[in-house]
Design a binder for this molecule. Sequence first.
Ligand SMILES: NC(=O)c1ccc[n+]([C@@H]2O[C@H](COP(=O)([O-])OP(=O)(O)OC[C@H]3O[C@@H](n4cnc5c(N)ncnc54)[C@H](OP(=O)(O)O)[C@@H]3O)[C@@H](O)[C@H]2O)c1
Length: 287
Amino acid sequence: MKVLLLGSNGQLGSAILNKLKKECKVISPSKKSLNFLDPDTARKINKINFDYLINCVALQNLDFAEKNPLLTFKINTDFVLKLSKICKKKNAVFVHFSTDYVYKSKRKLNRETDKIKPLNIYALSKENAEKKIKSNHKKFFIFRIASLFGIKPPSGKKDNFIDSIIKKANKNEKLKIVNNQFMSPTSAKLVAEVIEKLIKKKISKYGIYNLASDGKCSWYEFANKILKIVGIKNKIIPVKYNQLKLKIKRPLNTSLDISKVKRNFKINIKKWDYYLQDYLKEKKYVK
Ligand SMILES: NC(=O)c1ccc[n+]([C@@H]2O[C@H](COP(=O)([O-])OP(=O)(O)OC[C@H]3O[C@@H](n4cnc5c(N)ncnc54)[C@H](OP(=O)(O)O)[C@@H]3O)[C@@H](O)[C@H]2O)c1
């Protein structure tokens, strides 16, 4: 199987590359060689032979997206449609990642069939991409993933949430974390395992899937668990979302119901603290 992986320098792309390179032929060009903003990029991709195209490229800085909507839509939506069209022409499978931020429900775990309501430009650009992919080519997988953490931090950042909490707590910094915003933490390693299975088993149950670890937690609960596992004593101060006075709206509950992916991929997904523990071990915070 030949795989074209875009965005392999990022948090998720690097985890997928790490997993797939042992199993199949992966072409993983850099942003420099295939920039989505370069008018020649679609033509270059057309010339590559592949059975699967995995797109991990995205512009996902909320502030930047809000200030630069045109650029955000170019990368997160318009070019994604181009990729989907290339896949259709080649009869290749298109694997794309969307976000838990398309949801806005207040209480329960969000299901793929629930009504969606993007609250900011980033989420809107991702939701638009979902619609375009769906109406263009039937061989697609869109995984709505959530608060991601991987060995490599998000592109352009020094740390992910976990590393940043540990660093601050070690310096005895005062930590204020929101306790009424809920999500399902997603390990990049888990996502990579699902993608590996998708290719190895040639899974053809195309469509939109939620993908995260099992269960949900607030950011406050997540931060407390991190410090508890690592053994740092630092009292985190719980704050309400409204107290943060954020300029850009975020949904209050993006926790995900993952029963569809578990069923269709016949995969066993564990609770979020299992993947957190695994990450902390891999990063050598704990033995
Ligand atoms: N992070 C999260 O919590 C989260 C949550 C939900 C969904 N997601 C989705 O998951 C996917 C992966 O996220 P991530 O955290 O791995 O992102 P990331 O670390 O920011 O990686 C983004 C990748 O896109 C590349 N890129 C950016 N602009 C580009 C351009 N103009 N042309 C070509 N490549 C470009 C970057 O290249 P360079 O590194 O070379 O700049 C990098 O490889 C995205 O679709 C995102 O929307 C993420």
